[in-house]
Design a protein around this ligand. Structure first.
Ligand code: SF4
Length: 301
C-alpha cells in the first residue's frame, strides 16, 4: 500500500496519537484500511452540492472527534461499516459517477487521508466530477496540504470557537486553533468559489456551522470570526439549523432539545448583518431524523 508511512506513527490529525495503525488503532478507531458505512447518492446537502442527481456521498467510519451529539454515532463511534481496500474505494468512486453523482463527497475523511489519495490516484483522471472534502474541521494544515491537486471543494465544519465548549462536547480543547488553521489552508488550496451554469459548485470552500441550542453566542462569535478574518467573497457559509439531540446529548440538558425558530432566525439575521451573504441558512423544518441516513453493516453494492 502506498503512503503507508503516514500511518506509522499516525499524526494525521491534531490528536497526534502516534499510534502505529498497522498494529493498533488510534483515537479514531481506525487501522490502515478504509472502513465505509454507506456510499450512495445523497440528496440532503446544500443545493450547490446536491444538484439535480444528488451528491455521491461516501460515509467513512470512525472519527477523530468525540461529539456527544453526533448524528452519525453508529458509524463514528460504533464502528458500523465494511473494511475495504484502496482499490475498492476507487471502484466505489467510479460506481457513484456511473449512478449520476454530481460529485464525490468524502464524508468524515481525515483519518483515511492516505487511502483516499491512493484511490484518487487510481481514478481521478476518469472521474471528471468535483471531489469534496466534507470534514469536521479538526485537521492539520500539513495533512490538508497533501490534498493539493486531489480535492476541488472543501466543506469543513467550524463547530466552536471557545475551548471550554469544544472540550466539553467534542473532547478537543484545541478545536478552534486546528480548524481555523485548516480553513486557512483550504482557502489557499481552493481559491475563490466557482459555480457552473446550473449553480453547482465546481471548486471553493463552503464553511458549515451547526447552530447548537442554547449557544447562540457561540454562533455569533463564529460569524464574527469569519466576517472579520476572511475576504467575504472567498468562501460560502452554511448555517445549519438541523440539530436534533442524538447519542449522549441527553446527558446535557442545554443541548437536549431541537433549536427554536427564534434561535435559527437570529443566527441568520446576524450573519446578514455581518455581511455573510454568500451561503445558505437551512430552514428549521430540516430538523428531523429523516435527514439522518441509514447506515449498513454491509455495503449496498
Ligand atoms: S488520524 Fe486517528 S490515529 Fe491518526 S492522529 Fe488522528 S486520531 Fe490519532
Amino acid at each position: 500500500m502506498k503512503n503507508q508511512n503516514l500511518f506509522s506513527p499516525c499524526k494525521l490529525c491534531p490528536r497526534n496519537c502516534g499510534a502505529d495503525r498497522k498494529y493498533k488503532k488510534g483515537f479514531c478507531r481506525s487501522g490502515i484500511y478504509p472502513i465505509v458505512a454507506r456510499a450512495d447518492l445523497h440528496m440532503w446537502e446544500e443545493p450547490c452540492i446536491t444538484g439535480k442527481n444528488g451528491s455521491g456521498a461516501v460515509f467513512f467510519s470512525g472519527c477523530n472527534l468525540g461529539c456527544v451529539f453526533c448524528q452519525n454515532y453508529q458509524i463514528s463511534h460504533n464502528g458500523t461499516g465494511e473494511e475495504i481496500t484502496d482499490r475498492k474505494l476507487a471502484d466505489i468512486f467510479l460506481m457513484l459517477k456511473e449512478k449520476g453523482a454530481e460529485n464525490i463527497n468524502l464524508v468524515n475523511p481525515v483519518h483515511f487521508t492516505p487511502n483516499i489519495i491512493n484511490a484518487l490516484d487510481i481514478v481521478k483522471d476518469k472521474l471528471g466530477i468535483p471531489v469534496i472534502w466534507n470534514s469536521g474541521g479538526y485537521e492539520k494544515k500539513e495533512t490538508i496540504r497533501l490534498l493539493s491537486g486531489y480535492i476541488d471543494i472543501f466543506l469543513p465544519d467550524l463547530k466552536y470557537i471557545t475551548p471550554e465548549l469544544s472540550e466539553k462536547y467534542s473532547g478537543a480543547r484545541d478545536y478552534f486553533k486546528a480548524a481555523s488553521e485548516a480553513i486557512d489552508e483550504m482557502l489557499a488550496l481552493a481559491g475563490y468559489p466557482v459555480f457552473d451554469n446550473e449553480g453547482k459548485m465546481i471548486k471553493g470552500v463552503l464553511v458549515r456551522h451547526l447552530i447548537l441550542p442554547s449557544h447562540l453566542r457561540e454562533t455569533k462569535l463564529i460569524i464574527d470570526y469569519l466576517s472579520n478574518t476572511y475576504d467575504k467573497s472567498k468562501f460560502w457559509i452554511s448555517l445549519m439549523s438541523q440539530y436534533v439531540p442524538f447519542y449522549k446529548a441527553f446527558d446535557y440538558p442545554e443541548i437536549s432539545r431541537k433549536l427554536t425558530t427564534l434561535e435559527s432566525q437570529r443566527a441568520a439575521e446576524y450573519a446578514g448583518e455581518k455581511g455573510l451573504i454568500h451561503g445558505f441558512c437551512q430552514d428549521i423544518s430540516a430538523a428531523g431524523d429523516k435527514y439522518v441516513p441509514e447506515f449498513f453493516n454491509k455495503l449496498p453494492f
